[in-house]
Unconditional design. Sequence first.
Length: 304
Amino acid sequence: MSADKAPAEKLPLALRKNVRDGWEGKKADLEAKLLEQLGVAWTLEANPLVIFPYAEEGSYGHHSLGDCIFAYFDGFIYGLGNFLQYHGDSGKDELNTVCPTHTVTLIPSTKFSYCGTEVADGQLRLLFHPNNLGSNISNVAQLLAETLSSAPQPDSAPSLSYAARHSIKTEYTPKVTELLEKAQKCLQNPKLEFQPDFDAIGAKLKGNKDARDDWETNLGGFTLSYFESFVSVLEREKFAEDELLREGFAEAVEKGIVRFRVVDKLPSGYNEIVLDDGAVAIQTTPANWGTNIYHAAEKLVDIL
């Protein structure tokens, strides 16, 4: 079934009553919940005349159209609550930013088998498949995080998607300080730095046909793991107990910087560690992103 049916001219009286009581009479309460969740006023919009032609005879939408419309928005608010529990204020801010009209609509679309979400024209759209109005309603906001990551961004937006930024915030930032302190202790250098250029890493991975599809959601965790491979070598080779190794590192890596980056190609293997103008750099390629991470710094002693 196509998603461009002509709207109904008029609804039967019983349906008009159900729309009034089951949807229009409850909309204000849902909008109040959204205000509480998102901190700004949002508007919920649905045109029953547009939606009704997709209701198969005898179906939920056919005999209780107002209740059906309400269920989609209620399901969205429930899913939004789950999203905000995990993503917090950053998720709230992202949704408010990429949907500047602060409007949620309900329309037919063949984008999903049952239902889902998308951002377009500054609105958040709840989508139902033309063949499946009223089916799997509770899952309508299940992929909200992915929707925000693929949403059109304002000109001032960061270069990394929401999913990538969230990964850094949750999987890298809270954990890297402890890891860095281990490295500093091993090398007896409290000024040692880890320097991942996340924007540059993202630029190499984004749209690359050889990169994993899930690189955005593991950007923070994988980057941390590459630095863990470096610390693992320091601990295994007992840098903390070996002055000669520490001196060799200090001479070769005079800037005290450990970088991680993604490059177009390597001479061989999945990863490499190289000296880089007074720093040391762990490198991989888009095709090898996340592969053999814990061996990435294996050759550290060899290059010093």
